[in-house]
Each structure stands twice: as C-alpha cells, then as structure tokens.
Design a protein around this ligand. Structure first.
Ligand SMILES: Cc1ncc(COP(=O)(O)O)c(C=O)c1O
Length: 453
C-alpha cells in the first residue's frame, strides 16, 4: 500500500471522526472554556491537554469511565497506567474508606507505613526504600542519593525517556529530528524553557539498546558519572524492549566505573510482572523507582534498592516530603499489592494482554497496515512501524497521522484511549474478555476503513 494513500485516508478519517467526537462532547468543551480561566491550557498537568480541548471525565467503575456529557467508554487509558486495579476496586475503596475514618495524615510514621515499606522491599527485591508522592519525586530522590553515594555530579539518561519534570532529567525527552544530533553524538536537548543552560552540562544522553556509546562515554568521563537512569523497558515512545544482555551489560559497565544503575520503574513496576521489569528481564538494579500502579490510583511512590547506597540518606543526603508514606497512601498501596495484584492477577493480565495484541496484529496484517503490536501483559500498544522499535530514533519513523485517526475513531466507538502515540494501553484486572473483544472489533473496523479506496 502506498504511503501517501494511507496518509490521505488517515487524514480523511481523522477529520470526520473528530467532527463526530466534538458533536458528542459539548459538555467537555464548555468545561474547558471554564477551566482555561483558571488553569493554563485548561488542565492540571500539560500531559492532559489536547487540541482543541480534552474530554473531561465524571466517574469510573470497573473497566468503564463516563465523561461529563454522559458518554460511557471502556477505559484503556487507565490514568496513564495507574489504574491496573480498575476503577473503584472494592478492596482499594474499602482500604481508603478505613483510612479516612482513622486519620489520613499525621506527618509522623505509622505501622501502615512500615508495613508498606516491607511489602515493597520484598516484592521488588530492595533492601531499603523511601516514599515519595509522584514518579518525579521518586526519580529525583534516586538521583540525589546516587550522586551523594558516589560523590559525583554527572548523570546519564537515555534518549527519548521521560523521568518526570525535575530539571536534570528534562533533556532529550522527545527531541525533534532537527535537534537530535548525530547517531554517534546525541545532543542534550531541553524539553522545557525555564531550565538553566548549565544543567545540560551535567546530563549526558545515550541511545537505548546501545552499550558501545555508554562504554565510550564512561571511558572518557567515567570518574564524574554518578549514575545512569533508564526505563528498563521504554514506555514513553509506545513500548521499546531491551535486547537480550543489554540491561546486564549496562550494570556491568557502570560497576566497572563505580557508577550506579537506576531503573525507572514508575510505569513498568506495578504492571509488567509481579516484581516489575527487574523480574521480567532478570536484572536487579542498584536503585529503582516505583509509582503509578503501586498505590491503586492514589498518589504514592517510592524508590530504593541497595542498603549501602540508600545509607547516603542519614549521612548527609536530604530526602523528605510532608505527605511521604502517609496512612492513606499506605493503606491503598497495601491493599493494591497484597489483595488485588497477586501473581494470579498478573497471569490473568498476561492472558487478556495476549488476546488484545494478537487481535490487533491480525487486523493490521489482514489490511496491510504498516504497524506492529506489543504485548507486555497489562501494557501493550500498536506502533505504526512494521518492525519493533530498538530506540527513540526508530520511534521517529512511526506514522503519527495513523494514530491521530485511530484516536477519535476509538473514542467514538466507546474506547477511552490515551491521546498520543507515545503512550500505550493499560489493562486492569476488571477488564473482561468481552472488553478486549470490543477493542479488537473497533480496531479491526478502523484498519479496514483505513485500507479502503
Ligand atoms: C517512566 C516515568 N518516570 C517518571 C514519571 C513521572 O511520574 P509523575 O507523573 O508521577 O511525576 C513518568 C510519568 O509519566 C514516567 O512515565
């Protein structure tokens, strides 16, 4: 199928589907007009913005959400991957209700805080952890601790990875091809205005799945480098998996130079296996960061790992936060990890995840659509590039116009999706086979409509 034909079809579909979506979401438009009076872009976080306005939700239950116009959707967005338990899960709701009646916050440690720490350490193989309130705070804390433990100031990150919105990691997150630098010299490109230029001198960028570039960097600057932070499986460019030996190779290289390996498991930790990506890919980092799915839809996070590294806290490295590990978050997290997200739950998610990815692959194959589906249990995606991604530069070869047509199409078919091809679907334990089939049916219809003409 010729590229220009597919692009033209995608643009036609996007135009008519967006018209239908806007006709059904007048309440969202009105709320957006109210919201922009008091919040830039009408949203609490720029990642929730959408052109011309986002769909505003009213409620969620199980695998369903309802928008402010009363349209009901099956939720495959699931709060950017936090709602693996599904909405209003009875066990999580009960834990939150109990905490609401016995005190949600003291800024003094409680037994629930201690128990939650024990559970996280046991599950993810950490000696010692500290709590935070978001993925951003968790990666910020881990980098601080790595710098303190090594006495070094420089860090390394992977091109195309997002680790939250603190300055040291806000480089080369989604750089355009004009700003990216050569393949053998990726540039350190700020994602935001407002970041002091000098910060770029302390953050070095390497490509994913490439040990040689890191080896070269370490041989030149190894004594200055405290750590490498990366998502063990990249999840802000669709999904890009590590090649065999890559993660262990990173760890060995970093250790040769006295540097620390940090896994950002903010997205992968609660979703891709019982013990996160470290378990799935069989490599234990020195430090890891967890957030999103571990607290059942409440804003909790943690980071930790090797005791000798975490000991930097208490010998000079500052780590604090008023709400860290409070009894509300701890109750939701304990219920999530012990009562809902059991090993059986991950086996169930593996089944429905494979059903979904297989159905999407079949639909693309039958209609000759240049894409592939990724199956990682609760997480998966369609990327509009025939073969799997190896790194961020491969993501730049995907076809955003196809995603931009599939998004309003899905929404009009009652499938709530992330508005952007850098994201992926998240399934919950409350999704059923019928929910998965509804997704596949609308996607198959989309593929055949796209291929027509
Ligand atoms: C891999 C990764 N790390 C860190 C973060 C930041 O987490 P938060 O938005 O909770 O600050 C995100 C957010 O999407 C993420 O995907």
């Amino acid at each position: 199928m010729k590229t220009d034909h597919l692009t033209a079809r995608a643009e036609t579909i996007a135009a008519s589907e967006n018209e239908s979506l806007w006709a059904r979401t007048g309440g969202s438009k009105a709320l957006y007009e109210r919201a922009v009076q008091h919040m830039p872009m009408g949203v609490p976080s720029s990642f929730q913005a959408w052109d011309p306005y986002p769909v505003y939700l009213r409620q969620g239950k199980g695998s369903h959400v309802v928008d402010v116009d009363g349209n009901e959707y099956l939720d495959f967005h699931n709060g950017f991957g936090c709602m693996i338990v599904g909405h209003a899960h009875p066990k999580v709701a009960e834990a939150i209700t109990r905490a609401a009646h016995t005190g949600t916050h003291f800024a003094a440690p409680t037994e629930a805080t201690v128990q939650f720490a024990e559970i996280i350490c046991e599950r993810f193989g950490a000696d010692s952890i500290r709590f935070a309130n978001s993925g951003t705070e968790a990666t910020m804390g881990a980098i601080r601790v790595a710098r303190a433990a090594t006495g070094r100031e420089h860090i390394v990150k992977v091109e195309g990875s997002y680790h939250g919105h603190h300055d040291p990691v806000m480089f080369s997150v989604v750089p355009g091809s004009d700003l990216i630098g050569g393949r053998d010299a990726p540039s350190t490109t700020p994602m935001s205005t407002g970041i002091p230029a000098v910060m770029s001198e302390y953050t070095h960028v390497v490509p994913f799945n490439d040990l040689e570039m890191l080896r070269t960097l370490l041989s030149e600057r190894g004594r200055e480098i405290a750590c490498l932070i990366l998502e063990p499986v990249m999840m802000n460019i669709g999904i890009c998996q590590p090649e065999p030996g890559y993660l262990q190779g990173l760890k060995d290289l970093l250790h040769e130079h006295g540097a620390i390996l940090i896994f950002d498991e903010v997205k992968s930790g609660g979703t891709v296996a019982y013990g996160g990506a470290a378990e799935r890919y069989g490599v234990r980092p020195d430090l890891a960061c967890w957030a999103k799915a571990i607290c059942g839809g409440t804003p909790g996070a943690a980071f930790g790992g090797r005791a000798d590294v975490m000991d930097a806290i208490g010998t000079g490295a500052a780590q604090q936060g008023t709400f860290n590990g409070n009894p509300l978050i701890a109750a939701a997290g304990i219920a999530t990890l012990t009562e809902v997200m059991t090993r059986d739950a991950y086996a169930y998610l593996a089944d429905i995840g494979t059903r979904l990815a297989t159905g999407c692959t079949k639909a693309m194959d039958e209609n000759n659509i240049p894409g592939h589906a990724v199956d990682l249990g609760a997480k998966g995606c369609v990327s509009y590039r025939p073969t799997p991604l190896r790194n961020y530069r491969d993501f730049l070869e995907t076809r955003p116009e196809l995603y931009l047509a599939s998004y309003p199409w899905a929404m009009n078919c009652g499938i709530f999706m992330t508005p952007g091809d850098e994201e992926q679907w998240t399934l919950s334990v409350q999704h059923t086979d019928a929910d998965i089939d509804a997704y596949i049916d609308q996607f198959a219809a989309f593929c055949s409509t796209l291929a027509k003409g």
